[in-house]
Design a protein around this ligand. Structure first.
Ligand code: SIN
Length: 485
């Protein structure tokens, strides 16, 4: 086993062993990897105090200098890819090749923002009075709290850390309780890069609500960036309003994957495989609702099933495995509920088996591998099925047919979510994209995530953008100075 990071909190530049600990487990078999710090309020207070103390110095550090630390962290990730990937697979369960992909993806944010730290431009604006000059600069918002999920434990953090540190904001990070080790490895990289004490803090805990409440209550914290469920995001925004903290929210999706009649079917299937099965479907940008023109639905489904049948399931570290376990019992129970509901309401199982709860007792996994859900394909989906409204977060393809382009668009927009949408078409892609209600669109493309691009949603999928130059803007305030000559 490759070495794990210190299983402690990382606060004010040092590793802090808290008295309370909790077990981080392998989701495949519940074997304990390590007992990690379960931060008490006092440790969180030390982290907030450390950020507050260092904020002025970090803000005054020139952008190119700040970028150097980010570059060192990104380089460390890439140089130690095998270790980072193994740690991720052990605590998250995803197949090793997915973890390798995630390490590269996560490092790309650090490297991108290392460059952007040099380009936090302001502007000058021609004034209406001859003797006046208008100068606009961007200043860091101040200390930030970053709350991240377990599905991409490195990338969801580096996308926030990279932007915040580049902008000049110190951070305290609360990783998901299932995956603190990835966050602590990033803290190790920051430590090795000699990032000044207090600029980056990591406070693992099993109790996300308590830590979130501490962040909200602290007047020192000027921004909260959260990736996770829509329900929790809305609650955070309500709570943050009392102190008018800035809030960035990357919340749930319910992505339509539209295949129009003129699509190149081979490409549509190849993109569908990425959009659906990346990270075993446990992604906010996973294709959730396949909407396929009725004239090509059979052909598309047959080709897709041929690809899905090739998947190998098992422990994420086993050679050749594509699909590891889902993250926890609740995830499996949810997928089973969605599949059962769809089949009971008339959906047809065209590939795979209905997950039957083997290896589960009283809603809990009791056998190794019980959390593996083998990929399955359902057709005949209708709008009254729960699978149409809820994020599946599992390897389930749910196909509904459309009678025309207009019908497909209406179906695609039939959701409160608006994170990403995909459309496969030789001729109509751009036109269709313009009608889609989502923050991101993949046209003949099943993977939109990239450090250079603004990631984020509309409607109930969130506020703000991450990645790209817009990602930094979310961590800055505009300051306008009017000078009389
Ligand atoms: C997510 O699932 O929240 C993000 C996935 C990505 O960055 O591609």
């Amino acid at each position: 086993m490759k070495p794990l990071p210190p299983p402690d909190a990382y606060v004010n530049g040092t590793w802090v062993a808290t008295q309370r600990r909790y077990a981080v487990v392998d989701p495949y078999d519940d074997k304990t990897l390590v007992e990690v710090a379960d931060c008490d309020d006092a440790t969180v207070d030390v982290a907030i105090a450390a950020m507050t103390k260092v904020a002025a110095a970090w803000r005054a550090t020139p952008g190119p200098e700040r970028g150097k630390y980010l570059r060192a962290m990104g380089d460390a990730m890439l140089a130690n890819e095998a270790r980072y990937a193994e740690v991720c697979t052990r605590e998250n369960g995803k197949a090793l090749k997915e973890s390798v992909g995630e390490v590269k993806y996560a490092a790309s944010f650090l490297l991108w923002f290392a460059g952007e730290a040099e380009r936090i431009y302001g502007e000058t604006i021609p004034a209406s009075r001859a003797e006046t000059r208008i100068v606009v600069t961007r200043e860091p918002v101040g200390p930030c709290a970053l709350i991240t999920p377990w599905n991409f434990p490195y990338a969801m953090l580096t996308r926030k850390i990279g932007a915040a540190l580049a902008a000049g904001c110190p951070v305290v990070c609360k990783p998901a309780h299932q995956t603190p080790l990835s966050a602590l490895l990033l803290a190790e990289a920051a430590h090795d890069a000699k990032l000044p004490a207090g600029v980056l803090n990591v406070v693992p805990s099993r109790d996300a609500a308590r830590i979130g409440t501490k962040f909200i209550a602290s007047p020192a914290i000027r921004k909260i960036s959260f990736t996770g469920s829509t329900k929790v995001g809305m609650g955070l925004m309500r709570a943050a309003a009392d102190d008018l903290k800035r809030v960035s929210l990357e919340l749930g999706g319910n992505a339509p994957f539209v295949v129009l009649a003129d699509a190149d079917l081979d490409n549509a299937v190849a993109q569908a495989m990425i959009a659906k099965f990346r990270n075993t479907g446990q992604s906010c940008v996973a294709a959730n609702r396949f909407i396929v023109d009725a004239s090509i639905a059979d052909a598309f489904t047959t080709k897709l099933v041929a690809e899905v049948a090739k998947f190998k399931t098992g422990h994420g570290l086993t050679d050749g495995v594509d699909i590891g376990p889902l993250i926890d019992d609740n995830a499996v129970v949810k997928v089973r509920r969605l599949v059962d509901d769809a089949i009971e309401k008339g959906a047809k199982l065209v590939h795979g088996a209905r997950p039957d709860g083997n290896g589960f007792k009283d809603g809990k996994a009791v056998e190794p591998g019980a959390r593996i859900v083998a990929p399955l394909v359902l057709s005949g989906i209708t709008a009254d099925m729960a699978v149409w409204r809820e994020e599946i977060f599992g390897p389930v393809v749910a196909i509904r047919t459309a009678t025309s382009e207009a019908d497909a668009l209406a179906q695609a927009n039939d959701t409160d979510a608006g994170l990403v949408a995909y459309v496969m078409s030789k001729a109509a892609g751009q036109r269709f994209a313009e009608g889609l209600q989502s923050g991101m669109v993949g046209v003949n493309e099943g993977l939109v995530s990239a450090a250079q691009a603004p990631f984020g949603g509309i409607k109930h999928s969130g506020l703000g953008r991450e990645g790209s130059r817009h990602g930094i803007e979310d961590y800055t305030n505009l300051k306008y100075v009017a000078t009389k000559l």
